[in-house]
Design a protein around this ligand. Structure first.
Ligand code: NAP
Ligand code: G3P
Length: 481
């Protein structure tokens, strides 16, 4: 099974054959750590993408006709093969997207568990039966079988920050339900995605059931998204890209998991030690490059000084450096992202924010920066920074925090820190987000929990069971006896 043509070029998978683009064109992938070329992947042309989509469509009927337990068995084998490649793929995730090696391995292990759970959950997805006589005028002679059938060809598009987990969380539910898949990995992370698919091929993937299209989303994206043979799109990535895709894709179901500006609301009666610990790991793990990262803190005045001091103390102990040095805060995915974070810090300073802790700035490696006295006029109060800067907004009370949250364009998650659970429920009722975490950081998972964003954070629901549902549609069979 040749996956590489040369030391650096990784083939893509078309109809169970590993191949390059006929033009020989490739996209190079650079390491966020040392800006060296990690490898390259084929830059497919629209013609080659069209062939891949056609092959995926051709394979769908046969795949859907397979018994569910056979599809489930393939997923179980995939999880096993993936686990055997934990070090290899963990290493590539580390090189490609700048996670530490251990975080890369954890992502692979988490993904194997997700695939296993999907293989089991998919066995328990059923249709329903409805009798006609519940509606006035209809009789028992009218009986309906509500079947659950696959959409057909699913386009799965993943982001850079979870090149394996947020790809498999789409591909596994699509496969178990009888869909075939066109997989468009993020360019930064594409090799990790290809190695994940290598494990699936080793597990016995039938020809054409999954095809991988590599190349820049800005080049081939629109062509794929608007292709008539695509029956469903599941996308995770930035809000602007997601909105663009939603406009391009017509008349098909589209699930979007987009950006976030998750707030931590800290009340007077909160356990401040716990809040500080959760805020630091929630805001700075993977240098803040998580859609669910805590991206602003709204703290009531009476405990603001104490909380910020505790956060500062914890953050000062974090190591800043390269991911191969196993540092806690590591280089951002690229210079453009680092420049954006720096611009938010400068904007806030110009408008009067207090710099409690200033992080180093070495190319795309930024140390954590803590900003106090952040006001609504500052972009960092609203923009998704996707980096290690944490703004603190002081509020009079929870009503002010709720009012600010109402103006948040994003609606992924929020955290509320308080010892008063009744109040936590009351506040949660007023927050328009997908998930409210009480006394814990904002995060996706465990992976069988529903995961969703509202407003500019997305549409549709993920989380294993709900992802499986999103891959199916109703088909009615009505018996008129
Ligand atoms: P991105 O720039 O939006 O890219 C996401 C994916 O879309 C990549 O595979 C990209 O390919 C592809 N793409 C780009 N333009 C496209 C087009 N016109 N048509 C089709 N596909 C296209 O996002 P990212 O930088 O990878 O990820 C970071 C963002 O994702 C953040 O905003 C973060 O909040 C969000 N995110 C959300 C969640 C969630 O679950 N809500 C999870 C993770 C990340 P290329 O890489 O080749 O450009
Ligand atoms: O940004 C990825 C998103 O899905 C977050 O996942 O598990 O880091 O909260 P997690």
């Amino acid at each position: 099974m040749i996956v590489r043509q040369t030391e650096s070029l990784f083939y893509t998978l078309l109809n169970n054959e590993w191949m390059g683009s006929s033009s020989g064109e490739t996209v190079q992938i650079y390491s966020p750590d040392d800006h060296e070329v990690v490898g390259e992947v084929p830059a497919l042309s629209q013609e080659e993408v069209a062939v891949a989509i056609q092959k995926t469509a051709d394979a769908q009927e046969l795949w859907a006709a397979k018994e569910v337990y056979e599809r489930s068995a393939l997923l179980h084998r995939w999880a096993e093969e993936l686990e055997k490649m934990t070090d290899e793929i963990g290493e590539m995730i580390h090189k490609e997207v700048g996670k530490t090696f251990s975080a890369g391995k954890s992502e692979v292990e988490r993904t194997a568990q997700l695939i296993r759970y999907t293989a089991e959950e998919g066995l328990r997805t059923h249709g329903s039966f409805i009798q006609g006589d519940a509606f006035p005028g209809a009789t028992k002679k009218t009986k309906a079988i509500v079947q659950k059938v696959p959409h057909g060809v699913v386009l799965a598009i993943s982001p850079f920050n979870y090149p394996v987990n947020l790809a498999a969380s789409k591909i596994a539910p699509a496969l178990i339900t009888g869909n075939t898949v066109i997989f468009k990995p993020a360019t930064q992370g594409a090799i990790s995605g290809l190695l994940m698919i290598k494990a699936l091929v080793k597990a016995g993937l039938p020809e054409g059931v999954v095809n991988v299209v590599t190349g820049r989303g800005s080049v081939i994206g629109d062509f794929i998204v608007s292709h008539p043979l695509i029956n469903m799109i599941t996308f995770t990535g930035g809000t602007a890209t997601g909105q663009h895709i939603a406009k391009k894709a017509s008349m098909i179901p589209v699930v979007l998991e987009l950006g976030g500006k998750d707030s931590a609301i800290v009340l007077e009666d909160a356990d401040l030690n716990k809040a500080a610990k959760e805020i630091v790991s929630g805001a700075l793990s993977y240098s803040g490059q998580r859609c669910t990262a805590i991206k602003r803190v709204m703290v009531v005045n009476s405990v603001a000084d104490e909380l910020i001091e505790k956060v500062k103390e914890l953050v000062s102990k974090l190591t800043v450096g390269k991911s191969h040095e196993d540092a806690s805060v590591t280089p951002l995915i690229d210079q453009k992202s680092a420049d954006f974070v720096t611009s938010l810090i400068e904007d806030a300073q110009t408008k009067g924010a207090t710099v409690v802790l200033e992080g180093i700035k070495e190319k795309n490696l930024l140390g954590p920066t803590l900003l106090d006295h952040v006001t609504e006029e500052m972009a960092v109060a609203w923009e998704e920074q996707f980096g290690p800067v944490l703004p603190f907004i002081r509020v009079e009370n929870e009503l002010e925090a709720i009012a600010l949250e109402k103006r948040n364009q994003y609606g992924l998650q929020a955290s509320v820190f308080t010892r008063n659970l009744e109040n936590a429920f009351a506040i949660s009722d007023k927050l328009n987000v997908g998930t409210v975490q009480v006394n814990g950081k904002t995060s996706r998972g465990p992976d069988h929990f529903p995961f969703l964003g509202v407003k500019n954070s997305g549409q549709g629901v993920q989380g294993i069971g709900r992802s499986i549902d999103s891959m199916l549609r109703d088909k009615m069979l009505v018996l008129n006896l």
